[in-house]
Design a protein around this ligand. Sequence first.
Ligand SMILES: Nc1ncnc2c1ncn2[C@@H]1O[C@H](COP(=O)(O)OP(=O)(O)OP(=O)(O)O)[C@@H](O)[C@H]1O
Ligand SMILES: [Mg+2]
Length: 467
Amino acid sequence: MSGRILIVDDEKDMLVLLRRIISEKTDLQLVTESDSVMALELFKKQPFDLVIVDLKMPRMDGIKLLEEVKKINPNVLVVIMTAYGTIETAVEAVQKGAYDYITKPFRKERILLTINKVMKWREMVRENLALRQALEERDSFSCMVGASPVMKEIFEQIRQVAPTTATVLITGASGTGKELLARAIHQNSLRSSNKMITINCTAIPEQVIESELFGHVKGAFTGAWKDKRGLVEEAHQGTLFLDEIGDLNPLMQTKLLRLVQEGEFKPVGSVVTKKADIRFIAATNHNLKEEMEEKRFREDLYYRLNVIHLELPPLKERKDDISLLGYHFLKKYTRANQKEIIDISPAAMQSLLSLELPGNVRELENIIERGVIFCQTNALEVRDLFPDNEHKTPYPCLDEDIYRLSFKEAKDKMTHEFHRHYVLSVLRKSRGNISKAAAMAGIQRQYIHRLMKEEGIDAKDINLKCE
Ligand SMILES: Nc1ncnc2c1ncn2[C@@H]1O[C@H](COP(=O)(O)OP(=O)(O)OP(=O)(O)O)[C@@H](O)[C@H]1O
Ligand SMILES: [Mg+2]
């Protein structure tokens, strides 16, 4: 274990004690400082992996010092020392980015254990970051990431297809990344310096889609008081992305066929045929072949579009992508929200992997974005991802910070919670009648009384609530 630690405490005896404990058992380099302002100056000049600070100090308290060092180096790990009784402030410190806290007086083993944990975490984060970076570089194409064999195959197909002018049909369920894939093709094509124009065939009302696409001439219809260029002309020498093509009406299908086939179109109200040089990409979440067989989609147009077919499978069929996408979105949203969340806890990752995700990548992205907003520590936890549902631990009163409590503390807390829940339930059932409740529970009345007193439960209140 190697690394540098800065210890800050206004009690000099404590510094001596800590130095002795730590240097006896580790080879970590230690710097101690009793003045917090001086400590900050030191921190500006020298690199440290870990800072252990006392909470209560004159001049600058531990929380302020924590905030200041984090401003200088967001990745530094900070452990707060606190006297028993100020635990709430210590918890606040953890929410502000401290890695952990230790209560004073502490046992020698406790401090060594914490240091060990911090140093291991630091190692892990370093390795993970390096690994993830390498992975992302290898497992991505343009803005798309994917490590699953299907996605690798799709990346390979993009590489081959993008530079050609072949029409591409992209199919896949909602949120699987069809639009992103279209963009990746355009960006890697020879037309990337020109525009990719997207038309959402569902979003544009039927009456205006023709003029949106092909433009119109002055006087073509009421309100057409001057000539207007359509999106097709905008896309000249670039790419036209026809999103949700399955929703296009039969008349428009015919006009589109002409454009795809001959590169020709006519603005609404015009007698002049125009030409455009366009690369077409179409996408749909319908089964276009089925639509064609049922005569809802023109056969000739289908074959024109379906020169190259890329199918994006739903996320549940490419689970290998979930963790990579998770980290990808973590990076995106920590950056956007200026947060410092460096990891997704194993439990949180596990719960992501077990989700159904009918909304596919978009749904995963939304979950991570929300998690980043709620997250108060340096790793996304289950409670951040699913703040209000069943993905919580089976012991709601303990949540995931259970490791912060000793076994006895955790057990006491649970017992307490259980007593309260149980007594309230039997009392509700007996409508506040203590004798009945005792009989139901198979315990003495006195015991029920005692539990009620301990938990601050009043039978009268219960009776009222049951009315
Ligand atoms: N492989 C991927 N890598 C990174 N981000 C992705 C990937 N796939 C999808 N996304 C992201 O997921 C979101 C949804 O993707 P997109 O809009 O391309 O899906 P879609 O298939 O067009 O959805 P819809 O059918 O609802 O229109 C976007 O924010 C996109 O950036
Ligand atoms: Mg889309």
